[in-house]
Design a protein. Structure first.
Length: 277
C-alpha cells in the first residue's frame, strides 16, 4: 500500500474535508489552492509583481510570475489578493472555508518539556534555540519550488495527530499543534517533499530534538522534528526526494514519528494540503 493511499485510509478525515483543489481565473491573476483555514493560495500573475494581502504588501511574484499566500488556522472568512505591476493591477476576493480541528491528549511527557522551566540554565538554552529558529523561519530565498506541489516526506506512515489539533499535554491545555505527526519506525528515511534550501540543521534542541528547516521560496518553510540523525547541512540545496534525516523520538516526543510543519512568513499552514495540490 502506498503512503498516499495509507493517508487516505488512516488519516485523513481532515484531508478529505478540505475538498478539492480550487481555482479561479480572471485576466492577469490566476489563483488556485486550498481556500480553507490552514490552506494556501498559489497565484500566477506578472513576473515580479507586488502581491498585497488584505491591503498589506507581503510578497513578490517570482520571475515566472508565481506566488504563494498562506492561510493560517484562524484565517478570516474572506481574503483580498491584489497584484501590482507599475500601473497595472488586478484583484480578487476569495471566501475561506472554516477548518475542523480535533482535540489531542498526550500524557507521559517529561514535565520539563511541558512546564515553564525554573532552571535558569535550561531557560537560557531555550531562549538561544528560539533565536535560532526565528532566524531560520525568517529566510526568504528567491524561488518558487512550491509550484509543483509536495510529496510525503516519509513512507508507510499513519497519521497519529492531525494538523491544528488542540493539544492537552499531561492534562494541561496547550497551544494548538501546528504540525502533522507521521508515525513510522525509528530510523526510517525522511526525504525532501519538494526542492528547497536547508536554512537550519540542529541535532539536539530541547523541544524539537533533531530539527531541519527547508526554505521552498517566498517565505514558505517546512520543518522536520524529532530526528535521530540529520543527513544535511545548513546552506545545502535539495531536490525533491533528497535525504534530510532519519525518524526518531528526540525532544518532546513519546514515540518515534516525524512531526512535519509548515509556515508561510508568520502563518502556520497544514503541509498535507500541499501534498494534494
Amino acid at each position: 500500500m502506498t503512503a498516499d493511499r495509507r493517508a487516505v485510509l488512516l488519516g485523513a478525515g481532515a484531508l478529505l474535508a478540505a475538498g478539492p483543489v480550487l481555482a479561479q481565473s480572471e485576466g492577469d491573476l490566476d489563483l488556485s489552492g486550498r481556500f480553507v483555514q490552514g490552506g494556501h493560495i498559489i497565484g500566477r500573475t506578472w513576473p515580479r509583481a507586488l502581491v498585497f494581502v488584505d491591503g498589506e504588501s507581503l510578497t513578490t511574484a517570482s520571475a515566472a510570475g508565481l506566488f504563494m499566500v498562506g492561510l493560517d488556522r484562524e484565517a478570516a472568512g474572506s481574503i483580498e489578493i491584489r497584484v501590482q505591476d507599475g500601473r497595472r493591477s488586478a484583484r480578487r476576493t476569495l471566501e475561506i472555508s472554516p477548518g475542523t480541528f480535533p482535540t489531542s491528549r498526550i500524557n507521559g511527557l517529561p514535565p520539563a518539556t511541558v512546564e515553564v522551566p525554573a532552571d535558569p540554565v535550561l531557560l537560557a538554552r531555550i531562549q538561544r534555540e528560539v533565536a535560532l529558529k526565528t532566524e531560520g523561519f525568517a529566510s526568504r530565498i528567491d524561488a518558487d519550488h512550491f509550484r509543483d506541489g509536495f510529496v510525503w516526506p516519509v513512507e508507510g506512515f499513519r497519521i497519529s495527530s492531525r494538523w491544528g489539533a488542540q493539544r492537552i499535554l499531561n492534562g494541561t491545555p496547550a497551544r494548538p499543534h501546528y504540525g502533522v505527526d507521521l508515525a513510522v519506525p525509528a530510523g526510517m528515511p525522511i526525504r525532501a517533499p519538494a526542492a528547497g534550501r536547508v536554512v537550519l540543521a540542529q541535532p539536539d534542541l530541547h523541544f524539537e530534538g533533531g530539527l531541519v528547516l527547508v526554505d521552498h521560496g517566498q517565505g514558505l518553510i517546512t520543518a522536520y522534528l524529532h530526528q535521530s540523525r540529520l543527513e544535511v547541512r545548513e546552506g545545502q540545496d535539495l531536490m525533491r526526494g533528497d535525504l534530510i534525516g532519519r525518524v526518531g523520538m528526540t525532544g518532546r516526543a513519546t514515540g518515534p514519528h516525524l512531526c512535519w510543519r509548515m509556515k508561510w512568513r508568520d502563518r502556520n499552514l497544514d503541509p498535507t494540503l500541499l501534498v494534494r495540490t
